[in-house]
Ligand binder design. Sequence first.
Ligand SMILES: Nc1ncnc2c1ncn2[C@@H]1O[C@H](COP(=O)(O)OP(=O)(O)OP(=O)(O)O)[C@@H](O)[C@H]1O
Length: 236
Amino acid sequence: MDTLLEIEDLQTAYGSSQVLFGVGFSMRSGAVATLLGRNGMGKTTTVRSITGLTSPRGGVIRFLGERIDGMRPDRIARMGMAVVPEGRMIFSSLSVQENLLAFAGNRCHSKAPWTLDRVYDLFPRLKERARNMGNQLSGGEQQMLAIGRALMTNPHLLILDEATEGLAPLIREDIWQCLSTLKAAGQSILVIDKYVQRLVALADHHTILERGRVAWHGDSAALAAQPEVWHRYVGV
Ligand SMILES: Nc1ncnc2c1ncn2[C@@H]1O[C@H](COP(=O)(O)OP(=O)(O)OP(=O)(O)O)[C@@H](O)[C@H]1O
């Protein structure tokens, strides 16, 4: 499998406050990777650095073999990176269907691209709600819509930042199931979340951040075998 994302020695700051101190990890195409760590450890800042929302002060980020550190967020998105951000950010005054169509495209030139019908197959609930406005949806439905909308861009890499935050356990399980389906279909996914036990079953590779540095990285078998690592760095 090809390397999809490579991060080396990432240094990111907000003004004079440095948050990332040499973060590095890489992801292969088709893999599901996680970024784990307690609140405030730098996960969202890492995502903001990768997606171009916050320019890193130092380090290298390569996506599809091309350097993207310092590149504008819209250009990075057009290369085939889609983020489901914390807070979902769906358009409340557009219908479900309009939200899904707003960013439709085939950025990874897939032979079997995501379409409205395929998204509705993945999330039948969205089909039932197709004509409802974004602000009429439950939290779980909004999350499904945010994921569906990201898929409609046919991204090489899908990034979910705290996608299950605030969701009821059953709805959260729906989201995990959806990610399993996407993984089986070969979608590369970077997941930021705190449900280590569930992520060990879903993902291939994990990077744990502690105060802006990589505290641990390894595969699911290694993480499953070291629950003390979860307790120490993720607090579960
Ligand atoms: N816009 C900002 N300006 C200044 N400091 C910030 C900003 N955003 C985040 N920080 C600080 O950077 C550090 C890392 O935050 P970040 O959001 O990356 O952590 P996180 O691991 O994603 O945590 P959470 O799960 O709480 O979002 C924290 O100390 C936070 O207070």
